[in-house]
Design a protein around this ligand. Structure first.
Ligand SMILES: NC(=O)c1ccc[n+]([C@@H]2O[C@H](COP(=O)([O-])OP(=O)(O)OC[C@H]3O[C@@H](n4cnc5c(N)ncnc54)[C@H](OP(=O)(O)O)[C@@H]3O)[C@@H](O)[C@H]2O)c1
Length: 313
């Protein structure tokens, strides 16, 4: 293979889909990292928070590996990388796959020789009452939001340990602090992510590795259109049918009225560029108000407020 082409990133010569390879060949050129340049990896960079975070980190001097699971869905970030104005390299990374995560991290290590910042952002929401969700749907939700994040953390920790430096940012949610009806699977992945991060911070602190949780409220992105609704959740026979109908009607409206994804990116940039970041950062007035109410109210009263917020027309 032509030497120049082999220096492109994300090439999988065993992939049957030649069109897909040609997109990666054409649009994701290798860029050399400069000496002393900090190196960042962002997962789920095709849209929303991951896209804006990749852009902002690159604009602020980070050589940024913007990772995407499917280049066909990532034309915007590939386009930015291709323009060559920012130090952004697109790399293929599906957090659900050991092989994909290890290949991406090895490539970054080979090319940049270090990873200073990892933003674990890839995720989606599974919507449906617990009773209506299948075990496979719930396991798949955990595979991406929790195990996917853990998989990436485990792959980068040896590199950061060797550097005796690094920051791992885990994008959680206000749903990692508060349980929302019809999001039991999603909320539980984010609650678990909070637990992992809180524990990990204490393990890695002596090694010079910082762990940060970002807890956005409702953010404008493709989150609503990328959400998966459980197969049985919308069946008219479901005992939760009217609640889910109300929720689905309001979800897109909620997201469209949400905080811009750039605001989350700004909070992430701040957290990875200061010496002593907090463990948790709430983003958006809705998240701040929700957590304040959670602290101030008894469980019953708070539950009524949450139901009213989410399930009223
Ligand atoms: N928007 C909100 O209101 C909100 C609130 C709190 C927390 N969050 C969290 O913020 C993070 C980003 O969400 P967003 O709002 O920016 O939504 P988004 O626009 O839907 O972006 C989600 C990103 O995750 C990627 N992704 C999904 N599964 C993946 C996998 N297996 N491997 C690699 N990438 C994968 C998607 O890639 P594809 O394009 O290929 O699907 C996409 O790039 C998520 O963790 C979400 O839980 C969002």
């Amino acid at each position: 293979m032509n030497k120049r082409l082999t220096s492109y990133i994300g090439i999988n010569t065993t992939t049957k889909d030649k069109n897909r390879n040609s997109i990666i060949f054409a649009m994701s050129t290798k860029k050399m990292t400069k000496e002393h340049e900090k190196v960042a990896l962002v997962t789920g960079s095709s849209s929303g928070i991951g896209f804006e975070t990749s852009l902002l980190l690159a604009r602020n001097g980070f050589h940024t590996f913007a990772s995407v699971r499917n280049p066909e869905r990532a034309k915007a970030i590939i386009g930015v990388s291709d323009k060559g104005e920012l130090p952004i390299q697109v790399v293929e990374l599906d957090v659900n796959s050991d092989k994909s995560v290890n290949a991406a991290i090895n490539k970054i290590k080979d090319e940049a020789n270090r990873i200073d910042v990892v933003v674990n952002n890839a995720g989606y929401s599974l919507i449906g009452a617990l009773e209506d969700l299948s075990m496979d749907e719930i396991k798949e939700q955990f595979e991406t939001n929790l195990f996917g994040t853990i998989r990436v953390i485990k792959a980068v920790l040896p590199i950061m340990r060797e550097q005796h430096a690094g920051t791992i940012v885990n994008v959680s949610s206000m749903a990692g602090r508060v349980g929302f009806p019809l999001f039991p699977a999603y909320s539980s992945t984010k609650f678990a992510l909070e637990g992992v991060s809180e524990s990990l911070r204490l393990e890695t602190d002596p090694l010079g590795i910082k762990i940060v949780l970002i807890e956005p409220g409702t953010i404008k992105s493709n989150f609503a259109s990328n959400a998966i609704v459980g197969k049985k959740a919308t069946e008219p026979s479901s005992p939760y049918a009217s609640s889910i109908e109300t929720l689905l009607k309001s979800t897109t409206r909620f997201i469209n009225q949400g905080t811009p994804a750039e605001e989350v990116a700004k909070v992430i940039l701040n957290a990875v560029t200061i010496d002593d970041p907090e463990l948790r950062y709430l983003v958006g007035n809705d998240a701040i108000q929700m957590i304040e109410a959670r602290k101030a109210m008894p469980d019953q009263e708070f539950g009524t407020l949450v139901k009213k917020h989410l399930l009223s027309q």
